[in-house]
Design a protein around this ligand. Structure first.
Ligand code: MN
Length: 324
């Protein structure tokens, strides 16, 4: 799979890199590493997403530029379009709408999500066993025999720690650790990345954390931990750039919890759900039944409101999956 992509890179000069809406650390880190690879080859590269990266990734902007697309604007001229951490134009938001208009531009998918077809990719760097999409860019560096710069190492590291939960999730494997060793050899300092990402919180984050956790409820004899956040809470969280994913771990760490369900009421009335699974439980099928997707242990979807109705139908789906 690397031969085709290597050839595509050699044969073209202008590259566009885009990822899914609300880009997470894997998406952003993968883009950073790919941007560095193409830059080092002297190519013209633009990263363009429908949404800006979260503030915790600001340190990557010291060497990598993340553009934010204004809906309706034309995309920068490009010969090849890379899709990171997703496989379809529909996941790209406004960028996907524009990209769908351009004909004949080869698309390269860099992804590790389960999927039944090639999505919108003409070429694939797709491996569902990869701990993060960024691991595939690492493999591309190796296939192209290019030395890893510290900047690229930072991107790949961010992708790995985001998707493995800093080496705590079940996808933490030999590949994740051996790649990380090579990143450190390239000059990466993991503790500096941790500090940059997690030790610059505003004071408001303490109160948002406390307020958020106080809303948790437990169902099914403690097998389900639920957290339903109304639009008012979500608005103050967004204003303070508080990442509500930080509410998942304390719930996931409670003895007996098989699944954590986080529900967020959006301003348009829809409800975004994030699911996390413990032990042998899996949540991807539940997310898919609501039109979403993801991984076995972490998945999500968007439901119609109101919040309480979404909470109830989600709970029923989980109860059924648990067999309670
Ligand atoms: Mn990922």
């Amino acid at each position: 799979m690397f031969d085709d992509v290597r050839q595509i890179i050699r044969d073209h000069d202008r590259f566009l890199i885009s990822g899914h809406v609300n880009p997470d650390g894997d998406c952003i880190g993968t883009q950073c590493a790919l941007y560095q690879l193409l830059h080092e080859l002297g190519k013209e590269v633009h990263i363009l997403n429908a949404d800006a990266p979260e503030a915790i990734f600001d340190f990557l902007q010291e060497h990598t530029t993340f553009g934010v697309h204004e809906p309706g604007n034309a995309l920068p001229p490009h010969d090849v379009h890379f899709l990171t951490d997703c496989s379809t134009l529909s996941r790209l938001g406004s960028v996907g709408t524009e990209a769908a208009k351009s004909r004949g531009v080869p698309r390269v998918v860099v992804d590790h999500h389960e999927g039944s077809d090639a999505g919108d990719g003409d070429y694939l760097l797709w491996d569902v066993t990869a701990p993060s999409a960024g691991c595939l860019v690492h493999a591309l560096y190796e296939a192209m025999n290019l030395p890893l710069s510290r900047a690229a190492a930072e991107g790949i590291f961010v992708s790995i720690v985001s998707d493995t939960g800093w080496f705590r999730y079940s996808n933490t494997d030999r590949r994740a650790l051996s790649i990380t060793e090579s990143l450190i050899a390239a000059g990466l300092e993991p503790h500096r990345i941790y500090d940059a990402m997690y030790r610059r919180n505003p004071q408001s984050s303490v109160f948002l954390l406390a307020d958020g956790l106080s809303r948790a409820t437990f169902e099914a004899d403690g097998a389900i931990a639920e957290l339903a956040l109304d639009a008012a809470y979500c608005t103050s969280a967004r204003k303070s750039q508080f990442n509500t994913d930080g509410l998942l771990d304390p719930l996931r760490s409670v003895d007996g919890v098989l699944v954590v369900a986080l529900l967020k009421e959006l301003v348009d009335g829809k409800v975004k759900i994030s699911l996390r699974a413990n032990r042998d439980f899996e949540v991807d099928a539940i997310a898919r039944s609501f039109g979403g997707g993801g991984h076995k242990k972490a998945a999500g979807a968007t439901l119609d409101g109101p919040l309480q109705k979404a909470q109830l139908s989600l709970r029923n789906a989980i109860l059924e999956a648990i067999g309670a």
